[in-house]
Design a protein around this ligand. Structure first.
Ligand SMILES: NC(=O)c1ccc[n+]([C@@H]2O[C@H](COP(=O)([O-])OP(=O)(O)OC[C@H]3O[C@@H](n4cnc5c(N)ncnc54)[C@H](O)[C@@H]3O)[C@@H](O)[C@H]2O)c1
Length: 396
């Protein structure tokens, strides 16, 4: 099939490589011209996709990147994988999705299968995509992406894929496409079910992470080890699933997607109380971490040298979107500390460079990448660990 994928970020490039590996001819479309140029040189910007794999698909003409909308013409399948962030009021921002739909409207005049993989609330495919693309007999399906960047165990191939369509023909065509590179396809009765399943999965994680973050605060006040309690509870063979505390939640999914559900819940008059409370708890974690650090060093961090170790939102990846490290650093600085950060996967961030991991008066570990040595962290006088990976350190 001729496949065009709009958006070549974490999701779009992953799907592009999956589709190319199944023998499809893939066009990776992106508005970011610099990114397009790099991709065409065979340089991947995503952990888990090797440059050599990309280069092989380019040389065998199974993949090319483009910012030319006319290249979308003639596709059998168009997959939309663009950002769906929150605006400044923490409400859904569908502007990227609408821009992608406008591109299709302007340039694609013959019937095409259009699949949305971008995460959004139930009703998006029907009301925000199909309703804007009338006049051509396109087929529409929703297949929300579940990729977990950096996860070595579960990838595009072996993670079951949900498909819901606006017509049975759309479901059949979408299934034909995805089963060429995914092991398990699960058809659901409507695109709304597929869309809702995706945000419910992420809401489940957000709420459970908030629960364990709140529990960590209770356990510390009671003088009990949170992580020992979690390990003990996890010995129950049924009815319990362990989540671990941390400095908050980050990335494009867990801190964002639940607010899409809360948004539609508001519209139908149901208050999404768990989501709102979970947001409060998770967004409050950086302040809790800094409060504990201040208490841990005797009541003041003014003038002290601090290194924040790991600023991406999770280990082994360079993604800093919504990372709680930003608030941790800002709050430490507000209290007068001299803060640098170390994360060689991230390198440059917010106009600052990753500092060498030297001994400081305080080290605060937000994310622990494998390459970072525990001894180098422990060289600092006081270590506060948000990850449970530094033996003997104070932390959550
Ligand atoms: N990152 C994840 O782990 C993950 C997992 C599952 C689902 N999702 C969802 O997938 C969607 C995409 O997320 P991502 O992480 O790949 O985002 P990303 O920011 O990594 O990539 C998005 C890409 O889309 C491009 N883009 C923006 N507007 C465009 C347009 N109008 N036309 C063409 N390209 C455009 C950007 O330049 C960027 O390269 C979001 O809805 C997200 O919630 C993400």
């Amino acid at each position: 099939m001729r496949v065009a994928i709009i958006g070549q970020g974490y999701v779009g490039l992953t799907i592009a490589v999956g589709a190319a590996s199944a023998g499809h001819s893939v066009l990776g479309f992106d508005v970011n011209k610099g990114l397009v140029a790099k991709l065409n040189e065979g340089a991947s910007h995503i952990e888990g996709i090797n440059d050599s794999v990309l280069a092989e698909f380019i040389s065998s003409h199974r993949y090319s990147a483009s910012f030319e909308p006319t290249d979308l013409v003639g596709s059998d399948v168009i997959v939309i994988a663009v950002p769906t962030p929150l605006n400044s009021e923490r409400n859904p921002d569908l502007s990227y999705l609408h821009a992608a739909v406008d591109l299709i409207k302007q340039h694609v005049k013959s019937p095409t299968l259009i699949v949305n993989e971008s995460t959004s609330y139930p009703g998006t495919l029907r009301k925000e995509i199909a309703a804007r693309l009338t006049g051509v007999d396109h087929l529409f399906a929703s297949s929300p992406e579940r990729v977990d960047p950096g996860n070595a165990l579960w990838g595009t191939k072996n993670t079951p894929r949900l498909i819901g369509g606006l017509s049975q023909e759309a479901v059949i065509k979408a299934t034909e496409f995805y089963e060429s590179f995914c092991d398990t396809i699960i058809e659901v009765s409507s695109p709304e079910v597929a869309e809702a399943a995706k945000i419910f999965e992420n809401t489940f994680r957000q709420v459970n992470i908030a629960l364990v973050n709140e529990f960590a605060q209770i356990a510390d006040a009671l003088g009990i080890s949170t992580r020992e309690v979690i390990e003990a509870a996890a010995t129950k063979p049924y009815g319990f699933m362990p989540f671990t505390p941390g400095a908050g939640v980050g990335g494009h999914c867990i801190p964002v997607d639940p607010s899409y559900l809360a948004h539609v819940a508001d519209q139908v008059g149901i208050p999404a109380t768990f989501i709102k409370r979970a947001n409060e708890v998770n967004l409050g974690m950086p302040a809790y971490v800094v409060k504990r650090v201040v208490a841990g060093v005797g009541g003041s961090i003014a003038g002290k040298s601090v290194v924040v170790v790991g600023v991406s939102y999770k280990p082994e990846i360079a993604d800093v979107r919504e990372t709680p490290a930003a608030a941790v650093i800002d709050l430490l600085r507000e209290q007068g500390a001299n803060v640098v950060w170390h994360d060689d996967l991230v390198g440059t961030w917010r106009g600052e460079q990753s500092a060498p991991l030297a001994a400081h008066e305080i080290a605060v570990v937000v994310t622990k990448h494998g390459y970072v040595s525990v001894d180098a962290i422990n060289a600092s006088q006081y270590v506060f660990d948000c990850t449970g990976t530094i033996p003997g350190a104070d932390g959550i």
